[in-house]
Design a protein around this ligand. Structure first.
Ligand SMILES: [Zn+2]
Length: 86
């Protein structure tokens, strides 16, 4: 493997790393529900962006709940069947 001819000076390393610092995340407030919100992202709580519903409306929440209930029901059935088989 080729090796660099010279070691980088402290100054050069520090100059390079002067751009490596992390910037703080820009957190805004949702205009609709007042929750903390990442800028240029839909609100995680109400799913609105610029006052417009873009994701996670009540229908989606209901769908998720129904899916969860179905899963739990299926689990219960499996659990009830398991002892009978033994
Ligand atoms: Zn919101």
């Amino acid at each position: 493997m080729p090796l660099p001819a010279f070691r980088n000076s402290r100054s050069k390393v520090r100059r390079r790393r002067s751009h490596d610092a992390l910037k703080p995340i820009a957190i805004g407030v949702c205009k609709v529900c007042g929750a903390d919100q990442l800028s240029h992202h839909a609100c995680a709580k109400c799913g609105k962006y610029n006052g417009r519903q873009v994701k996670g409306g009540m229908e989606e929440v209901e769908k998720k709940l129904i899916k969860k209930a179905k899963k739990e029901k299926a689990k219960k059935v499996v659990k009830e069947e398991a002892p009978k088989a033994e």
